[in-house]
Design a protein around this ligand. Sequence first.
Ligand code: NAP
Length: 480
Amino acid sequence: MTTINNVIKKQLLINGSWMDAKEYSPLRSPYSGEVLAEIPMATEEETDQAIEAAQNATKIMAKMPAHQRAKVLETLAQLLEKRAEEAAQIISMESAKPINTAKGEVDRTIETYKFAAEEAKRIHGETLSMDAARGGENRLAYTVREPIGVIGAITPFNFPMNLVAHKVGPAIAAGNTIVLKPASQTPLSSLFLAELLQEAGLPKGALNVVTGGGRVVGDKLVTDSRVNMITFTGSPAVGIGISNKAGLKRVTLELGSNAAVIIDKGVDIDKIISRCVMGAFSNQGQVCISLQRIYAHEEVYDRFVEKFIEATKLLKVGDPLNPETDVSALISQNDVDRTLNWIEEAKQSGANIATGGFREGNILHPTVILDADSHLKVSCQEVFAPIVLINKIQTVEEAINLVNDSKYGLQAGIYTDNVHTALDAAENLQVGGVMINDVPTFRVDNMPYGGVKESGTGREGLKYAVEEMTEMKLIVWNRN
Ligand code: NAP
């Protein structure tokens, strides 16, 4: 690592060595535009070297005992705990995540690696009753789970440390090797992780970090036959493209959504307002399970709208490094332009912009839209910005239909005091996870997490990711 006019020039991590790249690009703060570092833009050849290193390390990782894999992950968690403040600053600077939210992400990342360390010790198969089948008598059979090999991990910008942990943690736990391609806007968190993992004693080649463009590095990972699996988190458009190109490679896709919550009659509105505001505006709404659509029963609608807008207006916008800031810049100027166009479309079609709807630099002020039609982009596309819609419903059944009227299906929430209504919602909502009496934005890192429809395929959450990242093998002993 060198500095050019005080700007740090980063390197690629290939086969345990930090290497200069042929090409570089400046990384800028989404909030201030300041140059934070010079980032390697890996070429296809450099990505090829990283894949080769990962392939060469597969044997050593597959042979490493579970207690050693767990130890590497435990040490990583300890190192991250010691450098938590620095880690939060990195996330905040490169992604404009408000510093307190960034600290929360670092805490979660530490926990994710601890869960991964625990999972490393309980990877096992099952014994089978072969004599249940005619012709199966006198046979002993069992399954084992083996590492899948080289994993290409492609990650998004919005949780640059914890979503990387959701791929690197289970991959190491299961004895695989990794080529990691972080989002171009947030490479620093991944390069920081790589430093810590080297210090934690991970063998060379087991983790390679290749920064650079999605089209170049991503395409090479997806199409190279030495890569056995792609684990991708990002937008549906890119995810679908990867799925089309990956052939028979195993692919898990954690994609986007326009998550919704239903608020039934009789719910104590005061109790849920701060939770709903957090769900809608945390990390500027750039969360895959961000609360985008609220369907409130007509009996509670007026009170909910009034209280929600009141609370939204109290949010502080500004510099992500200021601990007072709740909402900061969107990830790019293009995203501010896009969302303002979508708000304008909503306005033109008669929706009411109750608060927000304007920019200050790259910050979009928290925006609440009432009476938005379901065909509008702010409703049926993923906004990925601090924008939330509140619509009035007559029955929960109607709301369930509206929630399901979406090409996405990641998580949904319902607030209700009626147990029958809650059970109906749990049964009928077409999503990967239903939160009863919470916003869809709820996630802890050991739960199974993933979606249906265009929200993706496969599950993360350490135990579930380990299942995806291992291959089941059957062994049958003939004792006849
Ligand atoms: P994105 O634009 O799809 O990028 C995600 C990653 O894919 C980046 O590393 C990107 O690289 C790479 N990429 C771009 N084009 C590629 C290609 N042709 N082949 C292979 N890789 C390619 O997504 P984002 O804007 O970073 O993240 C936001 C999206 O992620 C939202 O839709 C959000 O809902 C989703 N998300 C889902 C989950 C979940 O768990 N379900 C969690 C978080 C986020 P570059 O940065 O170089 O373009």
